[in-house]
Design a protein around this ligand. Sequence first.
Ligand code: G3I
Length: 373
Amino acid sequence: MLNRRFMILSTLLAASLAVAAQSPATLKDAYKGAFHVGVAINFAQITGADAVGDALIARQFDSISPENALKWVIVHPRQGTYSFDLADKYVAFGEKNHMFIVGHNLVWHNQVPAWVFQDEQGKQVTREVLLQRMHEHIATVVGRYKGRIQSWDVVNEALADDGTLRKSKWLEIIGEDYLVKAYQWAHEADPQAELNYNDYALEVPAKRAGAIALIKKLQAAGIPIAVVGNQAHVRLDWPSAEQEERTVKELASAGVKVAITELDVDVLPGVAPGSAEVSLHMAQDPKLNPYPNGLPEAVQKDLAREYALLFGVYLKNRAVMSRVTVWGLTDADSWRNNWPVEGRTDDCLLFDRNDQPKPAFFAVIEEAGKAQK
Ligand code: G3I
């Protein structure tokens, strides 16, 4: 009898060891102790319509960002009307899975409804009115998730490519101090929340200098800015490890942590390195869509090499890194599909169009292993 029990137990043990050996490592475990590994999640994932995606997100990542669910146009579409249905579900998903939850974003030039900048007659509002609207929005949204959203992209993409302030409606109507005010009000609404400044193409020296100057201005105004987010919408051949490392180190030298907030690696031609200028549109052209049916093996390898190179840099600089977030779960989900050219799929992420891990995924896992040796 004892013998039989022993045999059953050892068979069960052998079976579970075999399963453990086969099951692939996860991104969050591979980088545990170094930084959070996050993913931007879309409406289908927030609402549970993409159950396969949800399981993958819960298994692989320990941080989430809302691809759209917390943007002004979604949560505050009309004056006096807030709509928190998707945002509530987003936060609940993160809490259920014990994740580091990011709020994206409060003040941006995109996805803000026209009413915000206009009065009832359609005339541009005054500085005072816009400040009051911005204050109310920030206090309401941040206040609702006080203690539940750990990190806020307070102002997003305030800089032009040359590092000067972008000529947005916020700047035009309020003036430069819209930045300090936005951070002050976010801090008042949740003093524990981490405050971020988030922008793209900070690998470009002039833009990076602008970001550092901006952070110093916020610090001088007494804002406890904690993190600078470099979106890292990069390309197969850009940046180099040296460029990315210089970017991380120089940003951190402003006295903030660095987060990579929207990582993806563009595999298609046509877009300037680092750009995420959503207003860009280009005509369809077969030359701009070389891999309509998926990536050839050689390009998969290039993609894997660039992802490994980047994660290698982030790991090496882990002391100043807080998080690395990819902007989308699978190649079927990416915002890059159809931008700036309609009808393209940009296989730029770690999971393919069928939710399967790509060579780039395994390269990222392997990179973490290398550092431990
Ligand atoms: O919700 C509407 C829907 O009602 C409508 O029927 C449909 C028709 O096109 O559009 C839907 O809105 C779209 C929205 O995504 C939600 O799917 C918008 O058209 C579309 O423009 C919007 O794109 C988002 C883009 O920001 C807008 O600027 C992308 O999903 C999102 O990934 C992208 O994310 C930005 C970051 O927030 C900031 N950094 C750059 C990054 C990439 O552009």
